[in-house]
Design a protein around this ligand. Sequence first.
Ligand SMILES: [Zn+2]
Length: 284
Amino acid sequence: MAAFGLMLPGGGLAAQQTTPSVNYNLVFLDAGHGGSDPGAHLSDKEVEKDVNLTLASKLKGMLSAKGLSVLSSRDGDQTVTSEQRADMANHARPLACLLVHTTSSGAGPYVTVSGLAPETGALPALPWETAQASYVTESLGLESVIVDALTNVAKLKPVVLRASVPPIDSLTCPAVLLELAPISGGTAASDADYQQRVADALTQALVAWHTQALDAVAKAKAAALAAKTPQAGSDGGKGAIPNSGTGAPKPRVVKPAPRVAAPPGGAARMALPAEPAGLLEAGG
Ligand SMILES: [Zn+2]
């Protein structure tokens, strides 16, 4: 265990490692579409790319005010490909990835997690196209935190879905796609009050997710220390590692690994190697 480095809340490494670790303070926000890709036409005057950016920008400001760092896939009307969005997120190793879309059909918020089947265990590397498989379980945990907040804070009726909407399957982070549809009374996704309610809920959800993650890291660190000191604790030094809790991101075990290979347009793209999920929970 001592050979592995845990990324600590302060950003330091517990052991000598240079592999990128999860940045526990970072949220990746992806405003869908942009530039030459307008997305859906929400009305005569509104295109989706602009409404997405308004919501993402509002959320970015609110998360920043809570002390979280935000990496945006775009801050203006740039064209950004799905591959570029995944590249950005995967190199930054954020605690959560939130993809923001809006639509004029349907009702209320739709909260989507990748349709890939969860992959567990340590694989040497994952194909870029299905890298999210190792994170689906965590993504479902993030989804439940977001759905709770949309229900209880925003007083909305979120619908949960599983779908492989680009670039979600290529993301190596807990990832959720939010698509905001109108609500009753003709309130469009571009409505400022509606967006504020949603942004309030998402802020609360992401702050809660952040707190859960730091708690899990602190517990794992304390347990690792106890395992090194047999006389400490009452477990006889067996080094039991606490469960990271429901829905909380697992502390990342860092191991030496190649960085993401990202040849432009290459067919042999690989994501970061799958991390040995559950290793810390393996009981020592
Ligand atoms: Zn869209």
